[in-house]
Design a protein around this ligand. Structure first.
Ligand code: SF4
Length: 350
């Protein structure tokens, strides 16, 4: 099986019924579609609520755009001083090398910017200007390769970029954000892993995974190849209605990540990307789920629940608060919730 890129191909593989094909052609004309074999093989075509299909198989609801939704929901453009760079926070930049991904997620916050019909990769000249920008800004401590998916690049091209970053003294950390380890695990070859490490800087890989079933044996092996090479792995997940919005699904996901040596880092609240309302939960649901995670699972399984504030104002933690100030009479007094939901005074009441 090759990567499925059209409703006709999805239909042939039994992932959509023939009667939905015509309406899904309209969705595919609007937003990129790609379901690679590693993910297509995980979908149960008979289950109308399959959590893998829900993330990658187009849905006619994507044509419904809400007034609050925005083509650039986290404000990348407002913070892009040169092509390929987003400089939102003082100490770090995004470097977007490509607009192509191994799979197109139906909830993607950059869905208006990624896809094969978009300009494919930063030209050599544009990349040189982006690297010049990083060289000229000594406050940049960390460079985050994102996209598109930087791990769709060849090992040779990735190595060139990493070596160039390695020569910039003030850059101490390089982070690669990718879905390739689950979407196309065979791409994580020894050569690509060596290229990831070619900068000589502290290099992290943040893997995007939203359901435990994505961590199939080939994906686990790909993650092990990176972990065994000494690359620290972080997990990024998006809270999605019908995919991971139950305590069981979210807890199993976090446990599966930790078992693969991936430390859960962020749980993103769904961004206000066009045509994604059917996949978003509300924030109260997210906070309740975080409380349940805290109550039931190891500290290693706890990501930070974050919202990217629309307009480019950056991420803020929005998880539930476990502490409340109860008074200042004779010193500070608080009430703190424990993992079972019990309340306690701090300092303890006499
Ligand atoms: S892999 Fe990332 S950038 Fe690509 S479609 Fe999915 S969420 Fe968007």
């Amino acid at each position: 099986m090759t990567t499925l890129r059209t409703p006709a191909q999805l239909c042939e593989q039994g992932l959509i019924p023939p009667e939905r094909r015509a309406e899904l052609e309209k969705v595919a004309a609007r937003y990129a579609v790609a379901v690679p074999p590693a993910l297509a093989g995980l979908i149960d075509g008979k289950d109308p609520h399959d959590p893998i299909a829900r993330q990658f198989v187009p849905d006619v609801a994507e044509l419904e755009r809400r007034p609050e939704e925005d083509a650039d929901p986290i404000g990348d453009d407002a913070h892009s001083p040169v092509e390929g760079i987003v400089h939102r926070y003082p100490d770090r930049v995004l470097l977007k090398l490509t607009h192509v991904c191994a799979v197109y997620c139906r909830f993607c916050f950059r869905r208006e910017m990624v896809g094969p019909d978009k300009p494919n990769a930063l030209s050599r000249e544009a990349l040189a200007r982006a690297l010049d920008y990083i060289r000229a800004h000594e406050e940049i401590w960390e460079v985050i390769l994102t996209g598109g998916d930087p791990l769709v690049l060849s090992a040779r091209r990735l190595r060139e970029v990493m070596k160039a970053l390695g020569e910039i003294a003030h850059v101490k950390v390089v982070r690669i954000h990718s879905r390739v380890p689950v979407a196309d695990p065979a791409r994580i070859t020894a050569e690509l892993v060596r290229a990831m490490r070619a900068s000589g800087k502290a290099t992290y890989v943040a893997v995007h995974v939203n359901h435990a079933r994505e961590l199939a044996p080939h994906a686990r092996a790909a993650l092990a190849r990176m972990a065994d090479a000494g690359i620290p792995l972080l997990g990024q997940s998006v809270l999605l209605r019908g995919v991971n919005d139950t305590p069981e699904a979210l807890g199993e996901l976090m446990r599966a990540l930790v078992e693969c040596r991936v430390k859960p880092y962020y749980l993103h609240h769904g961004d206000l990307a066009p045509g994604t309302a059917h996949l978003r939960t509300d924030i109260a649901t997210g906070q309740a789920l975080m409380r349940q995670l805290h109550g039931r699972w190891s500290g290693l399984c706890q990501p930070t629940y974050v919202l990217d504030i629309p307009g480019g104002h950056g991420k803020s933690p929005i998880g539930p608060s476990y502490i409340e100030r109860t008074g200042t009479n004779g010193g500070e007094h608080f009430a703190v919730d424990d993992f079972r939901g019990g309340r306690h005074h701090y300092p303890p009441a006499e």
